[in-house]
Design a protein around this ligand. Structure first.
Ligand code: ASP
Length: 355
């Protein structure tokens, strides 16, 4: 072969051989993995001990430890925080929401995975459900066992989370949580076990779908308002108003409510007994709070069911809001965002029925 032609032929063959790889890479979705810490990034000295420290492993090490995960999507990791989610703050949630909105507004990101501790995962999931402004998939994932444990659940959870974030079928369903093969909606899921890997459940609405080794099957579309239909915009927000949760029980002391008002709460969520109930002394204190301009939301410490208006408590007369299906921790998120703007009690009630 002509000595000028030979290098050209070699170049052509090399180019052709690498074309399928380039094509495969080009056709894969781009998924950003934003890490915040938690047990999924936790480490212990041995594989068989229950004590460990959350948020020890970096996002790159986590991704590198999951076989085949980079076949699902082009992955980019970012460390947003590295805390146990008991230390999650509104500041970190705001940072996450803003970064996700920034990434999803570009063509560079097709989906987002957030790694998170499970203790307050439902709060962050619901916060993002209300504040992300895109219908592209946003998936939160955690684990119950640290990365060093025998049978750690984090790697498969992360694999499935990336598979869901890369799946166009996950679009428009609001923020999703993927753990232990299940896909659940941010509005409805809650943590139900302190230790079991099957901890998240959606007691009223059921799961959105399943993900088995990255094969997704969606059965439900959460019907609550979220993401692109949400009115909440945190692009200029740096701080949220104080909202306290007060736990009701038999013979509860009512001065906790007065104390909360005294300390500057703009809203109080009662984790009520039964259908959002509280004793007479607490009702009187809550009524005093409303008269001082504090919003009182009645939620429930019971894990399933809804809190309805005027069932045993005269909400219309006392000016309270019933939390509908939202548990106390999610009621606190919705109320904190709602209090960024003035609302009448009727408008607030409408928000609880809608989100
Ligand atoms: N305390 C841990 C956390 O929430 C528990 C977990 O991730 O499972 O960060």
């Amino acid at each position: 072969m002509n000595r000028f032609l030979k290098p050209l032929v070699v170049l052509l063959l090399v180019g052709l051989a690498s074309y399928p790889i380039a094509l495969a890479q080009g056709s894969k979705p781009n998924v950003f993995v934003l890490a915040t810490g938690g047990t999924i990034a936790g480490a212990a000295a041995t594989g068989a001990q229950s004590s460990y420290t959350s948020g020890k492993v970096t996002i790159d090490d986590m991704l590198n430890s999951v076989p085949g995960i980079r076949d699902l999507a082009n992955l980019k990791g970012e460390q947003v925080a590295n805390v146990g989610s008991q230390d999650m703050t509104f500041e970190i949630m705001l940072k996450l929401a803003k970064r996700i909105n920034e990434l999803l507004a570009t063509n560079d990101a097709d989906g987002i995975v957030v790694t998170h501790g499970t203790d307050t995962l439902e709060e962050t999931a619901f916060f993002l459900n209300l504040t992300v402004k895109s219908d592209k998939p946003v998936v939160i994932v955690g684990s119950m066992r640290p990365s060093t444990a025998i049978s750690a659940d984090g790697p498969l959870n992360l694999y499935d989370a990336v598979a869901v974030a890369a799946d166009p079928q996950a679009k428009g369903r609001g923020v999703l949580v993927v753990m232990n093969d299940q896909i659940q909606g941010a509005h409805s899921l809650t943590k139900t076990s302190t230790t079991a890997v099957q901890t998240f459940m959606s007691p009223v609405r059921g799961v959105v779908g399943v993900s088995a080794y990255g094969k997704n099957d969606f059965y439900n579309n959460p019907s609550w308002k979220h993401t692109t239909s949400s009115e909440f915009d945190v692009s200029d927000v740096t701080k949220l108003p104080r909202v306290d949760i007060i736990y009701a029980d038999a013979d509860m002391p009512s001065d906790l409510i007065d104390c909360s008002v005294h300390n500057g709460a703009k809203g109080i969520v009662i984790a009520g007994v039964g259908n959002g109930n509280m004793n007479k002394a607490a009702l009187d204190a809550a009524e005093r709070a409303v008269k001082q301009g504090v919003v009182v939301v009645r939620s429930s410490r019971v894990v399933t069911g809804t809190v309805g208006r005027n069932v045993e408590v005269k909400d219309d007369e006392l000016g309270f809001v019933a939390s509908d299906e939202l548990n106390p921790q999610k009621s606190r998120i919705l109320l904190s965002l709602a209090l960024l703007k003035p609302h009448t009690p009727q408008q607030l009630q409408e928000l609880f029925a809608t989100y």
